[in-house]
Design a protein around this ligand. Structure first.
Ligand code: MG
Length: 310
């Protein structure tokens, strides 16, 4: 609950979360991992930024489960310990440190390198910072329209970008699991960082390929409209009913931006864009430049190199 002391700078953001991770029907080991703050979220969670993480240990490498767990734990720990009000920077530093941790652990392992994907985001005030490496995804459902906010660092996505494959061909391509970039493959990694404006009612889904390989986007969007717990259970069930060929992990966040407490100015609350915990004097709407990055295309194309995994 929000006490007297926080009135007037109360978080405008309210987030409801649910998550589910399932081994699927054909794998024996769970190599996905996820992390989210415990519910109910506290004012401190909102002030710091609500950090959500999903990782998928890279198949074919021994220790994928170790890599995904180490990546989620390191990202959470570093983000919390070295927190900065510049959440984009804090998130980048945390993921970079996770890369180092996984890389070093891989160097120790007798079996050779280990690796993982990671998709993570921080919700703070009315803004969403996203960081991604690999092919785990973040989707946003807004006003019934599903948008993929991350770009896969996969060989097939590179071919789509080049115009060598259509999206339909990529979806069923035998090489669709080959990653161009992953966490822990090299001492340093290029991280995709993007910032979006949140809107009241946004539904954000972080997931591994065990979900989106098997469940089409129309079904994803439909399921995401359900209450969070029910939605997560349904998504896992749909993937399993379609074969459950891989581990399945889903993390759903429902965004409320109407939670201004009494004490907030009614007139400004309607257009409130001051992030929770913003330093005194931070200009309302001062993120317009960054938020202009908001894509208009369904699948935004961001600048990215051929990666570091060739
Ligand atoms: Mg997978």
């Amino acid at each position: 609950m929000i006490d007297e002391a926080t009135l007037g700078r109360a978080p405008s953001l309210m987030v409801e979360l649910a998550a589910r991770s399932d081994v699927g029907r054909q794998r024996e080991q769970q190599e996905d991992a996820y992390d989210a703050p415990a519910q109910p979220l506290t004012p401190a969670d909102y002030e710091r930024g609500v950090l959500l993480i999903v990782a998928d240990g890279v198949g074919g490498l021994a220790g994928g489960d170790i890599a995904s767990r180490l990546a989620t734990e390191t990202t959470r720990d570093v983000f919390t310990r070295d927190w900065s009000p510049d959440t984009r920077y804090a998130l980048e530093q945390a993921v970079a440190r996770a890369n180092t941790a996984v890389y070093l652990r891989g160097q120790e392992a007798e079996t050779g390198g280990i690796g993982t994907t990671i998709v993570c985001c921080v919700l703070r005030g009315d803004q969403l910072d996203v960081a991604a490496v690999g092919d785990s995804r973040l989707y946003r459902l807004r006003d019934g329209a599903l948008a993929q906010l991350t770009v896969d660092h996969s060989w097939v996505q590179a071919q789509v970008t080049l115009g060598a494959l259509t999206e339909e061909e990529a979806r069923n391509h035998p090489k669709r699991h080959i990653l161009m970039r992953s966490l822990g493959a090299r001492p340093t990694v290029e991280i995709d960082l993007r910032r979006f404006a949140l809107a009241d009612g946004d539904r954000l889904l972080l997931c591994t390929d065990g979900l989106y390989d098997l469940v089409d986007e129309a079904a994803l969007a439909q399921a995401m409209t359900r209450p969070p717990d029910e939605a997560c259970a349904l998504l896992v069930r749909l993937a399993n009913e379609a074969g459950g060929s891989d581990n399945i992990t889903v993390l759903l966040a429902v965004v409320g931006l109407t939670g201004w407490a009494a004490g907030a100015d009614e007139a400004t609350a309607a257009h409130a864009v001051v992030p929770a915990g913003a330093p005194a004097g931070a200009p309302a709407g001062g993120h317009a430049g960054d938020l202009a990055e908001e894509p208009t295309a369904e699948r935004p194309v961001v600048g990215r190199s051929a990666g570091n995994y060739e």
